[in-house]
Design a protein around this ligand. Structure first.
Ligand code: FES
Length: 773
């Protein structure tokens, strides 16, 4: 399945005088990230922006705010045009008095991994990355578990605890210090220092508070220097900071003295503050969404994805900063060189364009792992897998030992910050008499092991029940699916699909019912010459059965703001198209819909289409001698029309060729089957691929895809269909000729040779290719 995306331009990105009458400009002018709405719920506070003005200038802040998922990811992806150099700038400028205090401590914070430009950043990152690799983290699970158990043991019989003070702050700090090899003797002092550094960089301290913070930051700077000196005296010491100090001695031109001192201070904060806050957010979210909490208590295998969904829905890093090094265009808005950007991950993480029903919490969401809380690209959080590991263990220990835990009545408070978010305290209660380990002491020491790294998409699915199975047309089975426990299913938008998992067959089907219906409707064509999935579903699935389902996802989204829509369906391609027609009708938009098929009796929804969309629908069964005139249809398009087509390859190819002559209109298409039959190692050629961002050259063997090769090297690359249909695994091509085997790129894009799909496309001639990855 595929959905080429178009960028949209926006008329009033700024809040200047020229735009005074525009309500969006007034929203932009009123935006203040230190106000209650953003501090309370940053994603909700920017909903208006995601919907209508995704990039705007905030005069109060002096920053351009970026709120949509794709735009944020694009900014993160390009470290050259969008420099990280302002990531640790003080958002509230220091008063002269505070500066003087800092100077008195010799404070000289310099670049760190977080705010360093290329090429220095990548060189250092590569030199210092080894400790963060999944195989080197595995052994730390035991230490995290023991620290967690000690804390839980201390409060399990009390019936009431502040999870932040009694566990979630200290354990991540101890894990961080252990990982770094820093002595654990100053836990309380480090908490004060760490908070001061955070307020100093991302907060809004009053002038009086600035003085106190400056003293704490200064002392933190000196403390970091003393710890480094102690560590230098122990050349065989264990931990990442010892390793960094040894690298400083080995390659001082890459890992400099000033870098080591600055990094020491920054990493202590980065390594635990983010995990502490994220863990507090996680428990608050799960204890508020009781269905999800109960599901996790009953089935701990749900924990890895629940953690990702918590990071998506309520992560601890809500925004980050970048600065343009030249003129740039983001979300259709032109930005000058030197523009400062606040890219709000919390908003992108709830963007409906990427996450169906993005503002709802759903631990069965199988693309939760796409969240931007860890950033993306060359500066992605190096400690992400340690953070995940800690959060999983916290959740597993508490949900097993205290399944009857509930949130206590309380007023939540947060430290004001543009970037970091998590409650200062999290009071929980339970009845100790109900602790399950009182009846079964073995429960206290039970455990679940989780593989290090992101959860695999294939392990995530919800259970649904088939509440109706019916014949929609000849050879087409219609199913209505509802949540097996009677809960509401997630919202979906026109063009979305789900993946049905039946006896080892995982197959994607577009949703074709009305979005307000309680269940999901799909229509499945029996393909006798297919790979067996549809025939098996026809033969095996019956009403009342429970099945697994992934999604919904929308890779074929409707641009609802287009001037005019023309919808074209061929055969079973009617399924997303009829949902689009229903949506456009509900919105009162201008549209027309054309539906072609071989025989009327095999054309599902033909009658419904004609009845519901009378005057706008054309149905063309070939057995009645009817033919859609695609050439005439394209010739007659109004300028600015968007054409959405789903059907067989020959229909899409014909439309693509015709639309090449209509650059004033846009074609969006979705195939319902891949063209190829996968790799044939006998016919394939191996080739080399150079990954410039990772500084790696890999050999793609004849029996492996580029995607498999990259994943085996430990590099995160999103993927979904693995058949060249969805566009998730797109990578930027820097050099080389590509044999494009996907069904995502248009002819022009293929000819341009700047993008490729890693799951299926290869080097065209066996020669090396170079990718920005
Ligand atoms: Fe879907 Fe590659 S195109 S994963």
């Amino acid at each position: 399945m595929t959905a080429p995306t178009n960028t949209q331009s926006h008329a009033c990105p700024g809040a200047g005088a020229a735009n005074e009458g525009c309500p969006m400009s007034q929203m932009a002018a009123g935006f203040d990230p230190f106000d209650a709405p953003y501090q309370g719920d940053p994603a909700e506070a920017l909903r208006w922006s995601r919907e209508q003005l995704p990039v705007f200038y905030s005069e109060k802040l002096g920053y351009w705010i970026v709120s949509r998922y794709d735009d944020i990811k694009a900014v993160f992806s390009d470290n050259i045009l969008f420099s990280p150099r302002n990531a640790l700038e003080k958002i509230t400028p220091a008063t002269p008095e505070a500066m003087e205090v800092l100077r008195s401590y010799g404070y000289a914070m310099n670049r760190t991994m977080v705010n360093e430009d290329e090429p220095a950043h990548m060189e250092r990152r590569r030199a210092l990355m080894e400790h963060f690799m999944p195989e080197n983290l595995e052994a730390r699970q035991e230490m995290i578990r023991e620290l967690t158990r000690e804390k839980v043991d201390a409060f399990i019989d009390t019936g009431r605890a502040d999870l932040v003070d009694e566990m979630l702050y200290e354990v991540p700090l101890m894990v961080a210090l252990h990982f770094l090899g820093v002595p654990e003797d100053e836990i309380a002092t480090l908490r004060t220092f760490s908070l001061a550094h955070s307020v100093n960089t991302w907060g809004k301290p009053s002038p009086e508070k600035q003085l106190q913070v400056a003293h704490d930051v200064g002392r933190f700077w000196q403390y970091a220097g003393q710890v480094i000196e102690k560590m230098r005296a122990d050349p065989d010491g264990q931990g990442w900071m010892h390793y960094t100090i040894r690298k400083n001695e080995e390659i001082p031109e890459v890992v400099t003295d000033s870098y080591v001192h600055s990094m020491m201070m920054a990493i202590i904060v980065a390594a635990h503050e983010t995990t502490s806050l994220a863990s507090a957010n996680m428990f608050k979210t799960l204890l508020t969404h009781r269905d999800a909490w109960h599901d996790i208590c009953a089935d701990p295998s749900l924990i890895p994805n629940a953690v990702e969904e918590c990071l998506r829905y309520s992560g601890s890093i809500v925004a980050w900063r970048r600065e343009t090094t030249g003129p740039a265009r983001v979300g259709g808005v032109d930005l000058p060189e030197g523009a400062k950007l606040l890219i709000v991950q919390a908003s992108g993480n709830q963007d409906e364009r990427h996450f169906e029903g993005g503002d709802t919490f759903d631990i069965y969401r199988d693309n939760a792992v796409d969240h931007l809380t860890f950033g993306y690209g060359g500066h992605q959080c190096m400690g992400k897998n340690i953070g995940r590991m800690e959060m999983r263990i916290f959740l597993e220990e508490i949900s097993r030992r205290l399944p009857h835990l509930r949130l206590a009545e309380q007023e939540f408070t947060y430290v004001p910050s543009i970037s970091f978010r998590g409650p200062d305290h999290l009071w929980v209660e339970w009845d100790p008499a109900q602790n399950p380990e009182r009846a079964d002491p073995a429960l206290a020491r039970a455990r679940q092991r989780f593989a290090v790294g992101a959860p695999a998409r294939r392990d995530i699915a919800r259970i649904i029940r088939v509440t109706q199975a019916r014949r929609e047309a000849d050879g087409i089975l219609g199913l209505t699916l509802e949540d097996a426990r009677g809960r509401p299913l997630p919202r979906w938008s026109a063009g979305a699909h789900v993946e049905l998992c039946v006896d080892g067959y995982d197959r994607k089907y577009s949703l074709c019912g009305r979005p307000d219906a309680a269940g999901y409707d799909v229509a499945i064509l029996r393909e006798e010459d297919g790979r067996g999935g549809s025939a098996h579903i026809h033969d095996a699935v019956r009403e009342g059965m429970e099945l697994k389902l992934r999604g919904p996802h929308n890779l074929f989204p409707l641009d609802e703001d287009a001037a005019r829509h023309v919808l074209v369906a061929g055969g079973i391609g009617i399924t997303p198209i009829i949902a689009m027609a229903d949506r456009l009708k509900a919105l009162g938009r201008d549209y027309e819909v054309h539906y072609c098929g071989r025989e009327r009796s095999a054309m599902a929804f033909a009658d419904r289409l004609e009845a519901d969309h009378a005057g706008r629908a054309g149905v063309y069964p070939a057995d009645e001698g009817a033919r859609a005139d695609l050439a005439g249809l394209v010739a007659g398009l109004q300028a600015g029309s968007h054409v959405y087509a789903c059907g067989p390859a020959r229909m899409i190819d014909a439309l693509e060729a015709l639309m090449a002559g209509r650059p004033d209109c846009t074609l969006h298409f979705e195939y319902f089957a891949a063209r190829g039959a996968g790799l044939d190692p006998e016919k394939e050629t191996a080739f080399d691929v150079e990954l410039t961002d990772s500084n790696l050259t890999l050999r793609v063997a004849a029996d492996r895809t580029l995607l498999e090769t990259v994943e085996a090297a430990g590099i995160d690359l999103a993927s979904d269909c693995c058949e060249g249909l969805c566009g998730s695994c797109e990578v930027r091509v820097l050099e080389g000729e590509i044999d494009h085997r996907d069904m995502v790129l248009t002819r022009t894009e293929r000819a341009g040779n700047r993008r490729m799909m890693a799951c299926c496309s290869r080097s065209a001639n066996g020669k090396p290719i170079k990718l920005a990855l």
